[in-house]
Design a protein around this ligand. Structure first.
Ligand SMILES: Nc1ncnc2c1ncn2[C@@H]1O[C@H](COP(=O)(O)OP(=O)(O)O)[C@@H](O)[C@H]1O
Ligand SMILES: [Mg+2]
Length: 517
């Protein structure tokens, strides 16, 4: 048990009185540092929000500019450069303010008087939030993040998928989703929750994440596992292993005993690896065998794989090489998740929403429920409110984001990057030929339009394209019909691009294997 004087007054109130989880102290650069779990506030503050204690002696020991420089070094050393860092200061901070870094990390001062008030407050959280909001722009304090995978307090929804993975602790899964659907985020969040629910001993790893984007061969795949899980015997493992499947399997037995239990391998972007190795059969065979319980009654490993096109084709083809993993598709978030993503953080930032249900409904519809679109949308709204210094969000404000060039470009660019030629051709043909006249489209309509242009797609290609376009949030399926999911999609395309030309180009790029000839 720490004594009062062993950590800053206000931090003590948060962790002792309010039971926010804390770790530390860890001494870095001569300062005592801590991490506190403030994820409950639904802001950008994570489950390990960094804190540094600046004692009275530190204020006296160095001039303010030097002190701030030392604190920046602490942040570097702890790799907190992109974080919001709470500085609990036993004194006043006016002299320090001019020396805070202009960008990151974001230092938030909690000075002596603030700490005293927090200790006396009926609601220390509320006061702490006041202090944060005075010093950090709301756009930065919000948990929205559109350029990196998200987990912890920045992760929303996907309860069904996560519960499935968590509650069947020895099953393997194949998570299917397009670029930016949230695959990496899901894998990282699962890893975090598994580690929290079942902590492992020192030096042990029972959830191992590997991104295959950087893996070029099967050999390299195994090496990455060996480096991560048994670095001391890496060389032997690779040498003994050779290319024999039997030895590869033994590797998993070894990891199992070394780390005291079954290991969950989170293998991201398996498509990339499959695309590079000619024959996927042996890799899948090893995974199947390592994750089956044939010999011992319980599996040594399980795999949570993520991927899209290759993986999806393979799992569709009922190829038995894949059937060790159950597949799940990542599409849109549910309306209730969208509500959480909008209402929780805005509430935390004390922004009230006029006609909340209407606002949520509209954002859900206009983003097709895709998390990365919602993120951009929310960020745009907060920037607007920050800019105009307002505390009330009105439905009208949504037009500002929806009609902004950057949001529209983002939607079109995502589509262009993601879709393959036959999918593009379908979309461009509908827009070029039918314009606004038609709202619901059948596969027959699509087929006819493409045939008029001399292209006849194979039946399963047409059907798969519609399914992918639905997953990608371009289409909604309505019975046997399809409609554009993001209402302005057609309009932006027609107003800002030469759709006829785009159609011609994509028709020319369709793979011969997708067509009836
Ligand atoms: N569950 C989620 N909650 C909130 N935002 C999400 C979630 N999943 C994805 N996102 C948003 O989508 C973006 C892309 O997610 P990411 O996991 O990198 O996708 P992928 O790995 O499928 O390409 C993230 O930066 C984030 O903005
Ligand atoms: Mg990813």
């Amino acid at each position: 048990m720490l004594r009062d004087s062993d950590y800053p007054l206000a931090l003590g109130v948060l962790t002792e009185r309010l039971n926010f989880h804390r770790s530390g102290p860890v001494t870095t650069g001569g300062f005592q540092t801590f991490e506190v779990d403030l994820s409950e506030w639904s802001l950008s503050l994570t489950h390990a929000t960094p804190c540094i204690w600046v004692k009275e002696a530190d204020l006296l020991a160095q001039p303010p500019a030097q002190l701030m420089l030392s604190l920046r070094d602490v942040a570097r050393e702890r790799t907190w450069q992109n974080a919001i860092i709470l500085l609990f200061v036993d004194g006043t901070v006016d002299a320090l303010r001019p020396h805070v870094p202009p960008t990151t990390p974001k230092f938030v001062f909690v000075e002596r008087e603030d700490q005293r008030l927090i200790a006396q407050a009926d609601s220390p959280s509320r006061l702490m939030l006041d202090i944060l909001m005075r010093q950090v722009p709301r756009a930065q304090l919000a948990p929205y993040e559109s350029s990196r995978p998200v987990f912890g307090s920045r992760f929303f929804g996907r309860d069904k998928e996560i519960n499935r993975i968590m509650s069947h602790s020895d099953r393997s899964y194949l998570v299917l989703g397009l670029r930016r659907a949230g695959k990496t985020s899901l894998l990282k969040e699962v890893q975090r929750r598994l580690n929290a629910a079942d902590p492992v001993g020192r030096g042990q790893t029972r959830r191992f994440y590997l991104d295959c984007t950087v893996i070029d061969s099967e050999e390299e795949f195994y090496r990455a596992l060996a480096v991560g899980l048994d670095p001391l015997h890496q060389k032997e493992l690779m040498r003994e292993g050779g290319r024999a499947t039997r030895y590869r399997k033994l590797m998993f037995d070894r990891f199992y005993s070394l780390h005291g239990g079954m290991i969950t391998f989170l293998i991201d972007e398996i498509d990339r690896l499959l695309g590079r190795i000619g024959d996927e059969a042996t890799l899948l065979d090893v995974m199947r065998s390592a994750s089956s319980d044939e010999s011992s009654g319980h599996p040594k490993a399980r795999f949570i794989l993520s991927g899209f096109r290759l993986a999806m084709n393979a799992s569709n083809s009922r190829d038995s090489a894949w059937n060790f993993a159950e597949s799940m598709e990542l599409g849109s978030l549910m309306r209730s998740d969208v509500t959480k993503m909008i209402v929780g953080p805005l509430g935390g930032l004390r922004i009230s929403i006029e006609n909340q249900a209407g606002v949520v409904r509209r954002i859900h519809r206009e983003t097709a429920g895709l998390p990365h679109y919602i993120q951009l949308y929310c960020q745009g709204l907060l920037e607007l409110l920050d800019h105009e210094q307002r505390d009330v969000l009105r439905e009208d404000d949504l037009n500002y984001v929806y009609q902004s060039e950057s949001f529209q470009d983002y939607i079109l660019e995502s589509f262009k990057l993601e879709a393959i030629p036959e999918e593009k051709a379908i979309v461009y043909a509908l827009i070029a030929e039918l314009g606004d006249r038609q709202q619901l489209y059948t596969q027959r309509m699509m087929d006819d339009l493409l045939k008029e242009r001399g292209v006849s797609l194979k039946g399963d290609v047409l059907d798969n394209s519609c399914r992918n376009l639905t997953l990608a949030g371009v289409f909604n399926r309505v019975g046997i019909n399809y409609e554009f999911a993001v209402p302005i999609f057609q309009q932006i395309l027609r107003e800002t691009r030469d759709v006829e030309l785009l159609l011609e180009k994509s028709l020319g790029e369709i793979d011969i294997n997708a067509m009836l000839v």
